[in-house]
Design a protein around this ligand. Structure first.
Ligand code: SAM
Length: 369
């Protein structure tokens, strides 16, 4: 039997054991991550031109080089990190490409404090760890792996398009009942289908009267407690330095706008986007916009302070400006590198919808500069 059919049978068995329905988050957990069968378990080659979607990492090594520069110049100078070991912790590393780009750039800058740096990948999947270990073998014991976030990190915890890959719940507005109804997954007429669940929406989703009376029937919104919990856990681990992520997402109030009535969850296959979310578990990527308000609030509660919450383009421009203030500290701008920078920052590529969220212990040294 092929992997997709095995996965379908496995999800059906879980549905049956749960009485016929599970939350979308449980379905997504299996569709994306079921060991050996889920979408992210099958092949490293889903990112980039020959895969299903592009990321800033797949644009080329420039994104990693800019991060390496930022780590060397901002993170190294931040409170509590001017000497002693400094750890770079990456999650969502997939095939290890970003780690390779960052490490290579840092090694080129060797002599500027590189010997105190180490790189750790947090990777719960044995399959993906194997892909990463193969790619990063030449860096020897400078790279280490853990299945979960370490208890204490001094340095930077970074990720690109990690939070959008967490399972989400899906909620649909019932105008008649004036409440959010959770949309779970069931098996009906030979395929996966939506079914209403008897759960209650979180209290913070209670709407003001004026909005409650106009929100249209069927308005959809997602919620990812798993992404928020991951960010809170990373924030708690951070002793000194910064927790940073790049992703597409919105602030809480931006979700409840007319253009978002179908929610943000989408399926991706071969660079095509589809709203057919349940038809091919294991064969398509399922991804939803990050709720930056919810994740930022979780880290605020862990005592982190705001560093950056802006478009990716603005943040990368800041790094570019810093490289220009200290000439010689960054590779020359060849035509392909200029083109890569444009792709990372242009509104029609990664510039508009991609944002950076960075929160740290203490203030950012660059904001004090
Ligand atoms: C959209 S891909 C991004 C890959 C890469 N960062 C890039 O930008 O090209 C998301 C990755 O996050 C991984 N992931 C999801 N949940 C994770 C978790 N809890 N810990 C570590 N990685 C996770 C997925 O397996 C997948 O490899």
């Amino acid at each position: 039997m092929d992997r997709s059919r095995v996965l379908v049978e496995r999800i059906r068995a879980v549905l049956e054991a749960a009485g016929g329905a599970v939350s979308l988050a449980r379905y997504m957990e299996m569709a994306l991550y079921e060991p050996g069968l889920g979408y992210y378990e099958r092949t490293p080659r889903i990112v980039g031109r020959g895969g299903d979607f592009a990321t800033s990492v797949s644009v080329g090594s420039l994104f990693g080089e800019l991060m390496a520069y930022w780590i060397e110049h901002e993170i190294s100078a931040s409170e509590g990190l001017s000497d002693g070991p400094l750890e770079i912790v990456e999650a969502g590393a997939h095939d290890g490409q970003w780690a390779e780009d960052i490490l290579e750039a840092l090694m080129r800058g060797a002599g500027r404090g590189c010997d105190r740096l180490s790189y750790r990948i947090v990777e719960p999947s044995a399959t993906r760890q194997a892909w990463q270990r193969e790619r990063l073998a030449r860096f020897g014991d400078r790279v280490a792996w853990s299945e979960a976030m370490p208890d204490r990190v001094r340095g930077v915890i970074l990720s690109n398009e990690l939070l959008d890959a967490f399972p989400v719940e899906r909620w649909r507005w019932s105008a008649a009942q004036r409440r959010w109804v959770e949309q779970g997954v069931c098996w009906k007429d030979g395929r996966f289908d939506w079914i209403a669940l008897p759960t209650s929406a979180p209290a913070e989703w209670n709407l003001p009267d004026e909005l409650e009376s106009v929100l249209p029937e069927g308005f959809v919104r997602e919620r990812s407690p798993a992404a928020v919990a991951w960010w809170a856990r990373a924030a708690a681990a951070l002793q000194d330095g910064c927790l940073i992520t790049f992703d597409y997402g919105l602030e809480a109030e931006e979700f409840l706008t007319p253009g978002r009535s179908a929610g943000t969850l989408r399926a991706y296959h071969r660079h095509r986007v589809s709203d057919d979310l349940l038809s091919s578990p294991g064969e398509v990527d399922l991804t939803a916009h990050v709720d930056f308000s919810a994740v930022a609030e979780a880290a605020r509660q862990e005592g982190l302070t705001p560093w950056y919450r802006e478009r990716q383009s603005r943040f990368l421009m800041r790094i570019l400006e810093a490289t220009q203030r200290s000439p010689g500290g960054f590779q020359d701008w060849s035509t392909p590198r200029v083109r890569a920078f444009q792709t990372l920052t242009h509104p029609e590529h990664f510039g508009r919808s991609f944002r950076v969220l960075a929160q740290g212990r203490g203030a950012s040294p660059w904001s004090r500069a």
